[in-house]
Design a protein around this ligand. Sequence first.
Ligand code: NDP
Ligand code: MG
Length: 383
Amino acid sequence: MKKQICILGSTGSIGTQALDVIEQHSDLYEVYCLTANNRYEMLAQQARKFRPAAVVIANKDYYENLKALLADMPDIKVYAGAQALDEIVEAGPVDMVLTAMVGYAGLSPTIHAIRARKTICLANKETLVVAGELICRLATQYNVNILPVDSEHSAIFQSLVGEGNNEIEKILLTASGGPFRKFTLEQMADVKAADALKHPTWDMGAKITIDSASMMNKGFEVIEAKWLFGVEADKIQVLVHPQSIVHSAVQFADGGVKAQLGVPDMRLPIQYAFSYPDRLSLNAPRLDLFKQPLEFFEPDMKKFRCLAMAYEAIRQGGNMPCVVNAANEIVNEAFRHDRCGFLQMADIIEATMQKATFITKPTYDDYVATDAEARRIAAEMLG
Ligand code: NDP
Ligand code: MG
């Protein structure tokens, strides 16, 4: 029986690479559903090729367009709207849901997928940043596996295979450092979106590329690691590793350190989430350790304040990471459209953290309210 996969965000960077993996292993995997937000033409092309049972376009404005493009393929059901995402992940045949959509919008369908007992291949880290406690509690309650797709977390996960209950002493979370690693604060004050979108080692979607440049992405990954592996943030050390070869490592009680290495290629962690615990062949470049030295540096939290704020948010706990995520989504988008300076992003996030209502033990409804409140506060500061 082929595994039936639902890809949330199939038109994005992770989504398209996941389709490449599925194509390479079409004897094992089948696409049950593909979804996008706006890019309905690409979604229709993907649907023609992979012939899923259903497609969902989150933005309802494009429903008619998508439907018209697939009019000659009556076997493919076409749906629209955010609620359709919540429903499609619950469909009986679905075995695995790859959460490859960007941002807070990933939270609700992920919760629905867990409640329907679907295996989660988690790329959408914002889900764990916003509501890590809730997601982990639900995953335990419904006995659902959450398999990390983020390369660092996949590396940690791979390093933990066979370790049973052996305790993690420390997580070594690597970061490329982004395009502004060597910039001074003065230089960083003037950078534009086009500069930030030139990532040195990874080719990713626009939002995460900006988050990588500010190192908010690494802060989010600290929070993601805390929830995925049950390790407190003070035991998660970020290492700037410009080559992006060591994808992260785990240190154990005896001082032993296990890491996973490879060329920067997201198809490996995507495929490993699909095939775990098996390893499948992957037609991709191999690592050549003779090619370059491997370097490691301490991150500069004064320059990259977003990283420090993410640590602070997880230290405070409650809804604070949700506040940071919401404010970050606002300033990230504003920066991409030249409505916010690069360093101003951290200022606005910090001020939002101070102004937003703090909730120690948030429920799902509290997260929804927090997200809305923090977005409003951050947007007001943009003017
Ligand atoms: P992209 O921007 O490339 O793709 C995002 C996808 O989500 C697109 O299919 C987009 O549709 C869809 N989408 C966007 N907004 C919504 C919405 N509101 N509702 C429904 N669908 C939506 O992002 P990436 O692939 O780079 O990243 C996806 C997730 O994976 C993020 O959470 C990111 O942090 C994480 N991740 C990504 C990595 C990477 O290498 N790219 C590495 C590790 C984690 P449309 O095309 O129509 O806009
Ligand atoms: Mg990552």
